[in-house]
Design a protein. Structure first.
Ligand SMILES: [Zn+2]
Length: 203
């Protein structure tokens, strides 16, 4: 009896394994231990608050190496489930470095509805979902809307980035009806020059 239970457990363990989303090695989780370790090595030192052109930024990691690959896999290879661990790690880092945060509401940077329909999800919203589950901060998915379709920012010069995003955002129905009384924490998957954050802060 004990023996057959052991065999059953072994069989289940084999059945429950699936390919790691980044390297295809069999694993019982989304990511194998090796990729998880490499990803966690992308994390910046604990207190990752950065001032950039008047914007206070909280950053989890450097956009490169395994982290860049994980975000690309999430967005372009249709693996939205990767937002769960990434949002959780962001939340852990946030809780460790911001033990007494001011009252905040979290708003994901929105995608244009056409683009979101094409992709099937907004990665910033999924990351915010996971982040808020662990930090217990309130989430307002419809705080902002993207009213203009824009080109991918990475392909543009700094000046072109600002023109590209001019008037791209507006208040969403939630904030139009009830403007936020607390500070707003904008959440996005990537921060480069801050043009998106500045445009989103101004609608
Ligand atoms: Zn792996």
């Amino acid at each position: 009896m004990t023996n057959s239970l052991g065999v059953l457990k072994q069989m289940l363990a084999v059945v429950l394994q699936s390919p790691c989303l980044l390297c295809d090695r069999a694993t019982a989780h989304l990511l194998c231990p090796s990729c998880t370790r490499q990803l966690r090595q992308c994390q910046l030192p604990a207190n990752a608050w950065i001032e950039n052109n008047g914007i206070s930024l909280f950053v989890w990691g450097d956009y490169g190496g395994t982290l860049k690959r994980a975000i690309a896999t999430l967005k372009y290879n249709n693996h939205p489930q990767l937002a769960q661990p990434l949002g959780q790690w962001l939340a852990q880092a946030w809780l460790a470095s911001t033990p007494h945060p001011p009252p905040l509401v979290v708003v994901p940077i929105p995608m244009h509805p056409d683009k979101q329909k094409q992709r099937g999800f907004n990665q910033a919203e999924l990351l915010a979902d996971s982040f808020c589950r662990y930090t217990r901060l309130p989430l307002q998915r419809r705080g902002l809307v993207r009213i203009r379709s824009t080109q991918a920012q990475f392909s543009l010069s700094l000046a072109a980035r600002e023109t590209n995003l001019a008037d791209a955002f507006d208040l969403g129905t939630a904030f139009q009806q009830h403007p936020p009384t607390q500070a707003v924490l904008l959440l996005d998957d990537i921060y480069t020059t801050g043009t998106t954050a500045r445009a989103a802060a101004q609608p």
